[in-house]
Ligand binder design. Sequence first.
Ligand code: AMP
Length: 401
Amino acid sequence: MAYVLVINSGSSSVKFQIVDPNAHASDDPFVSGLVEQIGEPQGRVTVKHAGQKFVVQREIPTHTVGLQESFRLLDAKGIGPTQLDIIAVGHRVVHGGMVFSAPELILDPVVEMIRSLIPLAPLHNPANIDGIEVARALLPTIPHVAVFDTGFFRDLPPAAALYAINADVAERNLVRRYGFHGTSHEFVSSQVPDLIGRDPLHTRQIVLHLGNGASASAVENGHPIDTSMGLTPLAGLVMGTRSGDIDPGIIFHLYRQGGMSIDEIDNLLNRQSGVKGLSGVNDFRELRTLIDNEDENAWLAYNVYINQLRRYIGSYMIALGRVDAITFTAGVGENDKHVRMDALDNMHMYGIEIDPEKNNLPNDGPRIISTDDSKVKVLVVPTNEELAIAQKSAKVAASLA
Ligand code: AMP
């Protein structure tokens, strides 16, 4: 069996999976692994395979040591990357700027190009480069492929991509809407035409990726025409811990009147805001328990979340003109029936009607949850970014043969 090793390298952690690129989105990966607390006195490597979990606790000073330790653990079980038929290593890279749209075979100039984009993603791209360099050194004979989170959205129409700020300043600083979660929006939106029996070249759809991070996109005939995240993943929908869209004047206000530093505001908006900022919890299961216990802040947080979601749905309906499908995906979108129901509540005049019975079914593969009469089909389609990266990477590797 041929596999792809998928690596998602963060600043103090590395997530990886060994994936069969022909698997279904809801299948468990062959292997999944997590290296945590890199650079701290006590680190941890966790590897899962066939329902079993193996953990090693030790100091992990670098990404290299973390991946080496993971591979040693897998080797001992006979499922190490050099013992399997690994046809490609796929790397998730957060920011491809205006340079990269399609997945790219990683050669030295590609790494340099990703490095040149560090100003656009100062936390993520350096960590992604670490992962690439370490994995290339450990597995030098296998093709490595970069898959960009921004790639799907690179060619957004200018009217959606440009911010109305001074054009010279924007150009000098590469300020524009890039969008993120592109791998997921592409993976999900590409399945929808088949599921609703339409020609992909005549399908207009809205995709709602609602996880801990959340984003919406409007996709016309396979091409995104708008998306909610911007220069950074902070923009758009209300998220688990991120604010989503706010009045940019709030930042000046907090800085000048609130006496907060830029780093404090950054931390506030990225990690202490969103549903967590309003309710104290960012996990929707906990939020629901609080709501059921009549916690007023949780109820407020939920309503702010839903209100913002409906704003985006409405504006994308107008942008698309005709909508054939609205699809929910990611942790909240796939599992939270209340969010789906409330996001599209009272929209029958627009041809949108969820069937409550279908909506209540547990998450089990792609499915339609709208009534038979609903003009706009409403769907739940599980996303799987690792599988999508594996499929893209396998394709690039096959093109080399
Ligand atoms: P993701 O970022 O796609 O992994 O989504 C993670 C989020 O999905 C969690 O923080 C939860 O808020 C949410 N989630 C996961 N499972 C459920 C569930 N069964 N019901 C409601 N929300 C869920």
